[in-house]
Design a protein around this ligand. Structure first.
Ligand code: MF3
Ligand code: CO
Length: 250
């Protein structure tokens, strides 16, 4: 399958989906605190998404059992919300949210520090977010996809952290995962040429220690092999003639 170019009508719907994701993140950011369970966050997000005439993209996707992903500390991504998992002061919590509006998806992730967090954790969260913004400086029609990838990697590594290799960003539209795959490290080749109307979910996953990860017994939760902290930052972007438009912002 080729990379799908979205027409204006599709782009309008993806702006709406993106806005719903952004508003859900805003709500979660207001509500998150020590003492809450990760299932409570899931319920808040699901209820809000459904109130906006949309559906949580992840629920049921490949059998995923919840509406959002909540990944704490050494968990990288795909942490499953649970009534048995309580957030505690000092945790860093990565929240990944997808919403489908009128058949089109938006996808974004944020990492929050809860209460007082270590300087190492603050640095990791900052570098992860900044690496996204460094990477998308390369996002414009005519550039090649892997220019984004290598820019993210070099920013992260120059700042003493590492990028996860086993998971990638992705095209997005009617499907939550479309072509192309978007690594956060420099792969072989330049990758496809970016064109106006492509919609991409760029999502650096960054570890404070080594880049290797493994999957827990629940078959979903990805954790760092060395138990170091991990952060995640993601937005859905539209490629425009001279740059990009962020779709998952308010
Ligand atoms: N935002 C994640 C991604 O970009 C969501 C995957 S969770 C799943 O791939 F449940 F949908 F698999
Ligand atoms: Co994604």
């Amino acid at each position: 399958m080729a990379i799908l170019i979205k027409n204006n009508q599709e782009i309008e719907l993806m702006r709406e989906a993106g806005k719903i994701v952004a508003l859900t993140h805003q709500l979660i950011e207001q509500k998150i605190r020590a003492g809450m369970t990760t299932l409570e966050l899931d319920q808040i997000a699901e209820e809000f998404i459904r109130s906006k005439n949309s559906e949580p993209s992840f629920k049921g996707y490949n059998g995923y059992p919840a509406s959002i992903c909540v990944s704490i500390n050494s968990e990288v991504v795909h942490g499953i919300p649970s009534k048995h998992r309580r957030i505690v002061e000092g945790d860093i919590v990565s929240i990944d949210i997808g919403a489908m509006y009128k058949g089109y998806h938006g996808d974004a992730a944020r990492t929050h520090g809860v209460g007082r967090i270590s300087d190492e954790a603050k640095h990791l969260i900052k570098i992860t977010e900044e690496s996204f913004y460094e990477g998308i400086k390369m996002a414009k029609a005519g550039n090649h996809l892997h220019q984004i990838s290598e820019t993210i990697q070099s920013y992260v590594e120059h700042n003493g952290c590492s990028v996860v290799r086993d998971l990638v960003g992705h095209g997005i539209g009617k499907d939550i995962h479309e072509e192309p795959q978007i690594p956060n490290y420099k792969p072989i080749g330049r990758g496809p040429k970016l064109q106006m109307g492509m919609v991409l979910a760029i999502e650096p996953m960054v570890n404070a220690g080594r880049y290797e990860v493994r999957v827990l017994e629940d078959d979903w939760t990805v954790v760092t092999l060395d138990k170091s902290l991990s952060a995640h930052y993601e937005n859905t972007i539209l490629i425009t003639e001279d740059g990009y438009e962020l779709l998952t912002v308010v």
